[in-house]
Design a protein around this ligand. Structure first.
Ligand SMILES: Nc1ncnc2c1ncn2[C@@H]1O[C@H](COP(=O)(O)OP(=O)(O)OP(=O)(O)O)[C@@H](O)[C@H]1O
Ligand SMILES: Nc1ncnc2c1ncn2[C@@H]1O[C@H](COP(=O)(O)OP(=O)(O)OP(=O)(O)O)[C@@H](O)[C@H]1O
Ligand SMILES: [Mg+2]
Ligand SMILES: [Mg+2]
Lengths: 253, 253
């Protein structure tokens, strides 16, 4: 019943945080219960929704290391949306657990207790392929890979897919389903069309129909601690993320 | 005599690779001898200059692990520009050297032998604060921090500076000089002005006068294996990077 979607791509700045925030808020507007997990030491998901990390000291790293409880960590942002905030102390995790045989399953275990309380759990991850990112992949049922409509985008995809194969060999489990989301699409540039065509050629059924355009309202919204869906509901950016939510909600899983 | 400039910022997609390539090519057009080091497992600097990583198997990881020699690794791109290519095998380095007491000085040692052959060495690094990024910081005399003119930009700066302080405490050495470069500046958006003003308020003398505008020619150039300086020399993007080179060359160090 609960769908856990991990948002990942080691290429930086492709719209992982933006997609995690807008997907989580969008689904909560369908009155489904959503938990947004900020599993990136940068903590952009946390700041992007207006939470001051200096004041909020209970975060996912504190929860994993036993410094705080679930109740102290999860914040209620609206009737249907909760967040598990992140913080830079999370970057200490890989070195602290490097010889722990269950180090790849930390997040999976944490979220398994929470599945029963939510319809969706959305995880944001850093631009890397390290232990933190692997935890996100292994904890999830589905993988959302934002692909920026720019030259370096396709090169990164092969590295993500190699990592997925390694994860499957190592854990024996496989990710239910991978979705590619084209982001920052600019109709005026030929590179945008090329990236989209290449993606559809190689991954056809896994490429989401919804394409997110480059739209200034999307990049303004986090400055107001909001999703573009509430900050500028009539913008092209909001329309595109509404379409994405609809496509994710209506797909057969 | 040789200036080693490391390009770093753990925030992803801010223009690290783009600035490393265009700075290196730009300085070589002043007929100074430049070595460009791709120290990011993504290998975007290598691909962005038209090198096929599948064909080119000698890279910096091979050099560090003794699989190939300097001569086999360094490629001559033009009369004044050489490159030390990168590859995804570099991501194995942190785990392989985690108990080596000199693990933070691997790149510094490698480049110390090369200083005498070049006027500039420019290092591109991944969006992280891990061992690979720390090696780049410690190997360098100067640090170039690209700051995208967008909301999440300033939040990342505090984390980079905290890391610099830790590096100084750990190694006793200090980075000569830090330069902040505003990238993807869009005169039409108020967030661009805000980021630039905030940066100048907190770091005044360290903020470079040159600002790189958002310019589609810059993002098209790597698709042709070129710097924007040669791909579209009359574009706003090329003009801005020429100005950057001039500012870097003329500063008192
Ligand atoms: N469709 C869009 N149109 C315009 N700007 C966008 C769009 N999507 C994201 N942005 C902006 O681009 C920048 C990068 O996006 P974001 O931070 O979400 O990427 P990321 O993949 O999470 O980055 P990182 O790799 O650092 O985690 C942000 O400033 C964001 O506001
Ligand atoms: N001034 C600019 N105008 C327009 N596009 C730009 C500009 N600078 C960089 N880009 C584009 O933005 C994207 C991100 O830039 P780039 O890859 O250089 O960032 P990065 O910091 O190296 O990313 P990563 O964190 O993944 O290493 C690329 O597609 C690049 O072509
Ligand atoms: Mg992010
Ligand atoms: Mg890069």
């Amino acid at each position: 019943k609960c769908r856990i979607i991990d948002v990942a791509n080691q290429k930086g700045g492709v719209g992982k945080t933006t997609s995690a925030i807008n997907l989580a808020v969008g689904i909560s507007l369908w009155e489904k219960k959503v938990l947004l997990v900020d599993f990136d030491p940068q903590g952009n998901t946390t700041t992007g929704l207006g939470i001051d990390k200096r004041e909020n000291i209970n975060n996912i790293y504190g929860l994993i290391t036993g410094k705080c409880s679930l109740d102290q960590t999860i914040l209620h942002l609206s009737e249907h949306l909760d967040i598990m905030p992140g913080g830079e102390d999370l970057s200490a995790l890989p070195m602290e657990v490097y010889d722990d045989k269950d180090r790849l399953f930390i997040l999976k275990k944490l979220l398994s207790e929470l599945r029963q309380h939510y319809d969706f759990i959305i995880i944001d991850t850093p631009p890397s392929l390290n232990l933190i990112t692997l935890n996100g992949i292994i904890a999830a049922d589905e993988l959302l890979i934002p692909v920026q409509a720019e030259f370096y985008a396709l090169e990164g995809i092969t590295q993500v897919l190699k990592t997925l194969k390694k994860v499957k060999r190592y854990t024996g489990e496989s990710i239910l389903k991978t979705h590619f989301l084209v982001t920052m699409y600019d109709v005026r540039t030929s590179i945008s069309k090329q990236v989209r065509q290449e993606l559809e050629k190689h991954f056809s059924s896994e490429v989401l129909k919804t394409v997110i355009p480059r739209n200034v309202r999307i990049s303004e919204a986090p400055g107001f601690g909001e999703s573009v869906l509430t900050y500028a509901p009539l913008s092209k950016g909001a329309y595109a993320y509404k379409e994405l939510v609809k496509e994710i909600m209506e797909m057969k899983i």
